[in-house]
Design a protein around this ligand. Sequence first.
Ligand SMILES: Cc1cc2nc3c(=O)[nH]c(=O)nc-3n(C[C@H](O)[C@H](O)[C@H](O)COP(=O)(O)OP(=O)(O)OC[C@H]3O[C@@H](n4cnc5c(N)ncnc54)[C@H](O)[C@@H]3O)c2cc1C
Length: 440
Amino acid sequence: MRTPVHICVVGGGPAGIVTAIELTRLGFSVHVVDAGHAKAHWPEVASPDLIALAEKLGLLPALANAAVGHLSRKIVLTSRRGLSGDHASTGCLVLDRARLAASLRMAAISKGVVFSIGTAGRMRGCEGALEVPILGSPRQAIIARQVVLAGGRRTRGPGRLELLGERRVTFYGIAESSLVSVGTSVFEGDQEEWSWAVAMRDGLHILTSTLAGASSPQAALDRSLRPYRRNGPARLIRGTDSSLRAANEALGDHWIRVGDALVAPSPLASNGLYAAMLSGVQAARVLNTRMRAGERSRIAAEFYRNLQAASVRSSQAAVDPGANASGGTVLLPAMATTDVQELFLRPGLAITNVPVLQGDLIDEAPALICRSGRAVAFVDGLPVAELIRPLVDGKSLATAVGEWGRLSAETCSRFASLLIAEAFVCPRNACTPPKRPTSP
Ligand SMILES: Cc1cc2nc3c(=O)[nH]c(=O)nc-3n(C[C@H](O)[C@H](O)[C@H](O)COP(=O)(O)OP(=O)(O)OC[C@H]3O[C@@H](n4cnc5c(N)ncnc54)[C@H](O)[C@@H]3O)c2cc1C
């Protein structure tokens, strides 16, 4: 049987499911093929970002269904890199992955997403579309105009995941009985190893140990969190690659990577689920633009590549606070408007068109490019070009601030501070343009 659809999603993990839900909402017919070999069932932390995104997507009930408990206890030993406990904050929800997969799938089905259980084979071109065979079912295939590659770290197909930084492996095991109560987690780290444990409702204590290299997993598990286990050695279940990796190609003309298949973060970042779901939301808009406004396909591709680069930067920064996290929001101190009376637009300042999200489509909008390469196209939803118009007309920053009536006082102050810190404004005739990247 050959099933024609607009989009075939290969992989029904968090990234694939969110992409499918978003594409269905945008009016496309979507078929998810999932092999059903769920990830190892270690518990995972729901970061505050994940909760906020799930709320926006109407997926909070799915998260709540998967909750094992809250982090109520946490121990973090300082590593040589100064990794802090922020990665697993006390009070965060801890999720059971098997239950999360089941609840997300139910949510997707209720929104009209169609699933097949099976392993998708290599896709091939077929009469202007792509054919995705389902292995083991000789005549079953999905015929799609676009394919979403969402198979996690083991995704095959165009492009591949490249290792960034140190190779790490996480071993997963179970120990019976623990001194910590249900839903309690402990998280310890030293220079070479990171250990994470959660007591489950069935009395089992799930342990993971993340090591550089793959040496002596059993010993690592036994060592890990020893004071919190009463009986016997841990039973080693399996190990998994958990190095930070990123795809060398984010998308092609008829396919796009999402989730771990795009950027597989280190588990130490505790934000893989968020990054996976966010990439699904963004990929859906890229495909929407490609299919509904094909003339903007190039801009959409650039938008997605920029997002991948930002995601890599924030993943690197999460495990190595010394890394440059220029993708984040710059929070500058508020300043008094009396300081800005005599500042004017820097002579020769150029504003550059960059790809931005506008509703459910990607378009271009004028932006100021910061020294880090970060593009600022909107401030609280208002186009930056509109905000700097008074400056372009030769007025001072203080006058411009007075005309930003639709921004809150605090946002006005922060945007003015950004203009000053980035030398977008300067005293009249006193500014020499700083070196900036040519593209964002
Ligand atoms: C040890 C460890 C601990 C982690 N801890 C946390 C944490 O505490 N918090 C957090 O937010 N994140 C954590 N993460 C990261 C998080 O698990 C991942 O980022 C997230 O699962 C990625 O989702 P995904 O949908 O991209 O991939 P996956 O969850 O891997 O899903 C991929 C799906 O695709 C299917 N599939 C693969 N190939 C095919 C095929 N050919 N045909 C059909 N189906 C296929 C698989 O069966 C699977 O269902 C951790 C990761 C690791 C390794």
